[in-house]
Unconditional design. Structure first.
Length: 142
């Protein structure tokens, strides 16, 4: 059983900040800033791609709600929400990071370096690849 499933089952302790029938949120034990919370589906799903469609609106409605709560509770100027799928996902259970933010808090945009495309052609190739994958997935769903 993964650590997040153990928290849901009450077998591991956590500082729970929100819970409903389908989701739970608790403080990250290694926060970027105090109040950094993790929102999870109670059912075990490893990535956003694995999450059943019926749970998507529940998860994101609660992420929106918790974003406001974390901002208000921590007297922050805003929040940053993030989901890692597989790469950099320390616990293989879908979780949304809800991080309180303040101007000049030390985080710069995303947590990694960003680079422009080297050319318009490179950007077009990337766009074509993603559009092709979108079309293939849409065909599968029909």
């Amino acid at each position: 059983m993964c650590v997040f499933c153990s928290i849901v089952a009450g077998e591991e302790s956590a500082e729970i900040v929100f819970e409903d029938e389908r989701t739970m949120a608790f403080l990250d034990v290694r926060p970027l800033f105090p109040g950094h919370s993790l929102l999870i589906p109670k059912e075990h799903h490893e990535t956003l791609g694995d999450l059943p469609g019926a749970l998507v609106p529940v998860l994101f409605t609660n992420a929106q709600f918790l974003s406001r709560a974390v901002e208000g509770g921590m007297e922050a100027q805003g929040t940053f929400l993030a989901i890692n799928n597989k790469v950099s996902q320390s616990v293989p259970h879908l979780h949304v990071h809800i991080v309180p933010r303040r101007k000049k808090d030390g985080l710069r945009g995303f947590f990694w370096p960003r680079h422009r495309y080297t050319s318009a052609e490179e950007m077009t190739r990337a766009g074509d690849a993603v559009r092709g994958a979108v079309a293939a997935l849409q065909d599968e769903e029909r």
